[in-house]
Write a protein that binds this ligand. Structure first.
Ligand SMILES: Cc1cc2nc3c(=O)[nH]c(=O)nc-3n(C[C@H](O)[C@H](O)[C@H](O)COP(=O)(O)O)c2cc1C
Length: 178
């Protein structure tokens, strides 16, 4: 059964071409609400966000992020601030927690008719240093990734990448991947 939520999951694709149309402020709020609805270890919510719409700052990000050199009217920098989480064990979970927030944000973007693409920062030191410098992020806060967002200028078909050979039932079967 393909529910509307599942349709959104299958429709979310990496969009790297955008129109010039700006993303309305109320949509930006919705994206952040979706991100912050994500599950996190011990509900530590170790995330912070920098919303970037200024053309000069967007150009700087484009110029310094080699894997994010494409143009988008909106970039949301997803930051990990592990100190926010009050449990030391949960603090180590920030990559999972921030990834959950990012996926929620991208799914919300899809539902709002927006395109999005994950541009990696963490754990690449050079990319994190660039984002730190451009956005003024302190040393104890990690630039985790950037969400490039805008109205799609390219179309990609919905899909699952379902692959039965990746599934093991009851216990791992080494022959499954032989
Ligand atoms: C952890 C992670 C890092 C990624 N980094 C980049 C990136 O730096 N630049 C980029 O264009 N796409 C990046 N992507 C997008 C992937 O290339 C994309 O998700 C993958 O090719 C599957 O395509 P789809 O998103 O359309 O399903 C990243 C995705 C993830 C999950």
């Amino acid at each position: 059964m393909i529910t509307p939520t599942l349709q959104t999951i299958f429709r979310r694709r990496s969009i790297r071409v955008f129109t010039d149309q700006p993303v309305p402020p109320e949509h930006i709020t919705t994206l952040l609400q979706a991100a912050m609805a994500a599950p996190s270890a011990r509900n530590g919510k170790p995330w912070e966000f920098v919303v970037v719409t200024q053309p000069e700052k967007l150009a700087e990000l484009r110029a310094h992020l080699t894997t994010g050199s494409f143009t988008a009217p909106l970039v949301i920098s997803v930051l990990a601030n592990p100190a926010i989480s009050d449990n030391p064990n949960a603090r180590k979970m920030f990559p999972q927690d921030c990834a959950n927030a990012m996926e929620n944000l991208m799914l919300a973007a899809t539902d709002l008719g927006l395109g999005s693409c994950w541009v990696a920062n963490y754990p690449n030191e050079d990319r994190m240093a660039s984002v730190r410098l451009i956005l003024g992020i302190p040393e104890d806060v990690f630039p985790f990734c950037c969400a490039y967002v805008g109205y799609p200028g390219e179309e990609k078909p919905p899909r699952t990448q379902y692959d039965e050979s990746r599934i093991h039932w009851q216990a791992y079967d080494p022959l499954r991947h032989a």
